[in-house]
Design a protein around this ligand. Sequence first.
Ligand SMILES: C[S@@+](CC[C@H](N)C(=O)[O-])C[C@H]1O[C@@H](n2cnc3c(N)ncnc32)[C@H](O)[C@@H]1O
Length: 191
Amino acid sequence: MRHFIYFSGKAVTTGNFKDLMKAGRMDIAIHVIIASFFLSHDVRKDTKLHLVFYGMPDPPKHIEIQIKEGLDISKKDVANLIKKILYKYKPGKKTEVFPGCFIEKKSFLNLINELIEEGKTIFILDKRGEDIRKIKIPDNAVFVLGDHEGLPKKEIKRLKKIAKEISIGPKVYFASQVVAVLNNELDRRGV
Ligand SMILES: C[S@@+](CC[C@H](N)C(=O)[O-])C[C@H]1O[C@@H](n2cnc3c(N)ncnc32)[C@H](O)[C@@H]1O
């Protein structure tokens, strides 16, 4: 199973949004979902995506998506999927809204600590990191990336002590492009 964590400092934490750009750049989160799961005539079932939203009105929210039997997901309607998941949040519990889709209140660092406790290896995506082509990637890798404003500085300072920073190339890419390149790299390595 490959894991991606997409952190967004502004993506809204209510399903009551219309304009994707004004909803804390929900358009970027949607592109990340599409790049995580969709292939031509197929979907990836070996991928778990964690969306961590810190926008108003009730941050933080952790949405977990994995494509499971019974999940009705279309790349034409990802915004509605996010809306429905956000609407179904219930305080104090992790709610399975659709098969493989969960929502709960959880901070970025708590999520990462939980994944470390499960024995996963964390990689922080950063242009200045070590070239991914020189890095061995284990089966249980978790890739952490940010939105248009990047990753949160304070948390990343702490994370750098326990996670490796890796780069996919010399340019600054869109978050969704980073996911596409990572998926391709893992496919080629058979991870
Ligand atoms: C559009 S970029 C963010 C740009 C933001 N202004 C910054 O400086 O972080 C979105 C995310 O993609 C990842 N990213 C972009 N280019 C990358 C690269 N060359 N190597 C690794 N990760 C990259 C980073 O995690 C970044 O937070």
